[in-house]
Unconditional design. Structure first.
Length: 496
C-alpha cells in the first residue's frame, strides 16, 4: 500500500490531501470514490476544507520563495524528467488506479492516459530549454542608443482544476509546463477520479521536487475545495478543463483579484464526411471520435454530417461497427468500451436518449441501457447510440451530452456542410474526411474551431496550439503557447 492510501479503521483505503510534500491527516469529512464498472467502493477521500486549502496555497507560496524559486531551467528540466521516469517506473500502479477510478478499458489507459501523462513532463522539459524572448536596439537622441530585452518570470501559485475523463493526462498537461516555468501548483482533481493526482505526490517526492511545489486538495466545487481554491487571494492564475458552465463560474471568481485564466471547456464537435473520402478510414476514425472512452472526450464527435450520396451507406456501416463494441472487465483485452463515470452522469446521458426518442429521432442503434449480468449490473453503462432524423434545433444536437452517441445528418454542398458545422455556440474541434486536398484546406480554414483534423482524429503534436473558440475556451496550451500563460514577460531597457 502506498503512502497516499492509508488504512482506515474500517479497512477501507483513505486518500489524503498532499500538502507541503506530505500526506496530511484528514480533519474533516470524507467522501466515497466508487468504481463505475460495478459501483464498488474504491477508497474514501479526505475533503479539504478552507483551512486545508490555505495550507496548500501557503506551502506553494513558501516553495516559490524558497529553493524552487532559485532553480535554473536546466535543473527544473532534469527534475521533470525524473518525474516522467517515476511514473513509468510505477506504470502498473498508475494504470490500475486510473482504471478503477474511470472504468475505462486498460487497453485505452495503457496506450494513452499513463504514457502521455508521463510524456508531458519530458515534452515541457524540452520546451523550457528552448524558450526564447525578444531583443531590440533603439536609437536615442544622444546617438548612443539603448537595448531592450524581455525576460520571463514565473506567474506564481497556479490553481489547477482537473476533469475526470483523462485524469492523469490532462492534469500533467497543465502541471508540467507550470513547473517547467518555475511556478508552484495546487491541484484540485475531480472528486470522481482523485487517485492518480494523489499518487503523483509520491513520485514528486521520489524525484526530488521540493516540498510545496506540488500540492493536491480534494473535494467538490461550490462550497468546497474547488471554490476555496479558485477564490483564494494567494492564487496567481487558474487553469481549468471542464464544462463551460463551471468555467463561467470560475471566470467570475477570478475577476475578484484580476487573475488570468486558461480554460478548455465544452464542445459539440462536428465531423464532416465528403463523398470522396476514404470510406474505411472515415468509418474507423468516426468510430473512435464518437465512442472512444465511452464518448467522454472533450474532443469527441457528437454531430456527424455526411454528404448525401454516401449517407445511407455511412449510417449503416457505422452502426454495424458500433454494434460490435464489447462491454466487460476493463483488464480483459476483448473489452472495447467502458462505463460512464458515474450513475449521476448516466442519468444525464439517458435524459438525452429520452429527449431524442420523444422528439422523433430514428434510433439506428442503442438508445438505452445494456443488459449486463453479475458484477457489471451495478455499473454506469449505457448503449452506444446513433440517431438520424432530428432537426438542427434539437437539444440533442445543440447541447453537449458527453456520452457514446452521435446524430448523423446529410448535406448536399460544401457551403451547407460548413454552415452546419459552425451552427453551434461551441468551437473546440472538428474532423474533415476527404481525399481532395484543396477542399480540405478550403473547408478547414472556414470552420470556427481551435483544432481541425483532416482524415484523422486525436492526432496531437504537443508543440502545436491547443484550445477552443467561442464557448469552448480561452487561451491555448501546448509548446510555447502553454509557456505564455505560465510566465509573465518583463522588459528591461538598458541605456547605452
Amino acid at each position: 500500500m502506498t503512502q497516499a492510501l492509508t488504512q482506515s479503521a474500517t479497512a477501507t483505503p483513505l486518500l489524503s490531501n498532499f500538502i507541503g510534500g506530505r500526506f496530511v491527516a484528514p480533519t474533516g469529512p470524507t467522501f466515497e470514490n466508487r468504481n463505475p464498472i460495478n459501483g464498488e467502493l474504491v477508497n474514501l477521500v479526505a475533503e479539504a476544507d478552507a483551512a486545508a486549502v490555505d495550507q496548500a496555497v501557503a506551502a506553494a507560496r513558501q516553495a516559490l520563495k524558497g529553493p524552487w524559486g532559485k532553480t535554473s531551467e536546466q535543473e527544473r528540466a532534469a527534475l521533470l524528467r525524473k518525474v516522467a521516469d517515476g511514473i513509468m517506473r510505477r506504470f502498473d500502479e498508475f494504470l490500475a488506479a486510473e482504471v478503477r477510478d474511470t472504468g475505462k478499458p486498460a487497453s485505452l489507459a495503457s496506450h494513452i492516459d499513463i504514457p502521455r501523462g508521463a510524456a508531458n513532463f519530458n515534452v515541457f522539459a524540452d520546451q523550457i530549454l528552448t524558450l526564447s524572448t525578444e531583443t531590440f536596439r533603439m536609437a536615442t537622441p544622444d546617438g548612443k542608443g539603448a537595448l531592450n530585452y524581455a525576460i520571463r518570470v514565473p506567474r506564481g501559485v497556479i490553481a489547477v482544476v482537473c476533469p475526470w475523463n483523462l485524469p492523469l493526462l490532462l492534469m500533467t498537461w497543465k502541471v508540467a509546463p507550470a513547473l517547467a516555468c518555475g511556478n508552484t501548483v495546487v491541484v484540485k482533481p475531480s472528486e470522481e477520479t482523485p487517485t492518480t493526482a494523489t499518487l503523483l505526490g509520491e513520485v514528486m517526492n521520489e524525484a526530488g521536487i521540493p516540498p510545496g511545489v506540488y500540492n493536491v486538495v480534494h473535494g467538490f466545487g461550490p462550497g468546497s475545495a474547488g471554490e476555496f481554491l479558485t477564490r483564494h487571494p494567494g492564487v496567481d492564475g487558474i487553469t481549468f478543463t471542464g464544462e463551460t458552465a463551471t468555467g463561467t463560474a470560475i471566470m467570475k471568481t477570478a475577476a475578484d483579484h484580476v487573475r488570468p485564466v486558461s480554460f478548455e471547456l465544452g464542445g459539440k464537435n462536428a465531423a464532416v464526411v465528403f463523398a470522396d473520402c476514404d470510406f474505411d478510414k472515415a468509418i474507423e476514425g468516426t468510430m473512435r471520435s464518437v465512442f472512444a472512452n465511452c464518448g467522454q472526450v472533450c474532443l469527441g464527435t457528437e454531430r456527424v454530417y455526411v454528404e448525401r450520396p454516401i449517407f445511407d451507406a455511412f449510417v449503416e456501416r457505422l452502426a454495424s461497427a458500433a454494434s460490435q463494441l464489447k462491454f466487460g472487465d476493463p483488464f480483459d483485452k476483448a473489452t472495447t468500451i467502458g462505463p460512464l463515470i458515474s450513475q449521476e452522469h448516466r442519468r444525464k446521458v439517458l435524459s438525452y436518449y429520452d429527449k431524442a426518442k420523444s422528439e422523433g429521432a430514428r434510433i439506428v442503434l442503442g438508445g438505452g441501457v445494456p443488459e449486463l449480468d453479475g458484477a457489471f449490473s451495478g455499473g454506469s453503462f449505457v448503449q452506444p447510440t446513433i440517431w438520424t432524423g432530428l432537426p438542427e434545433s434539437s437539444a440533442v444536437i445543440r447541447e453537449e451530452i458527453f456520452g457514446p452517441c452521435c446524430h448523423i445528418a446529410p448535406f448536399d454542398s460544401e457551403d451547407e456542410a460548413i454552415a452546419l458545422a459552425n451552427d453551434s455556440p461551441y468551437g473546440l474541434a472538428t474532423a474533415i474526411w476527404t481525399e481532395n486536398l484543396t477542399r480540405a484546406h478550403r473547408v478547414a480554414a472556414q470552420i470556427d474551431v481551435g483544432i481541425t483534423w483532416v482524415n484523422s482524429w486525436f492526432l496531437r503534436d504537443l508543440r502545436t496550439p491547443f484550445g477552443g473558440s467561442k464557448q469552448s475556451g480561452i487561451g491555448r496550451e501546448g509548446g510555447v503557447h502553454s509557456m505564455e500563460f505560465y510566465t509573465e514577460l518583463r522588459n528591461v531597457c538598458i541605456k547605452l
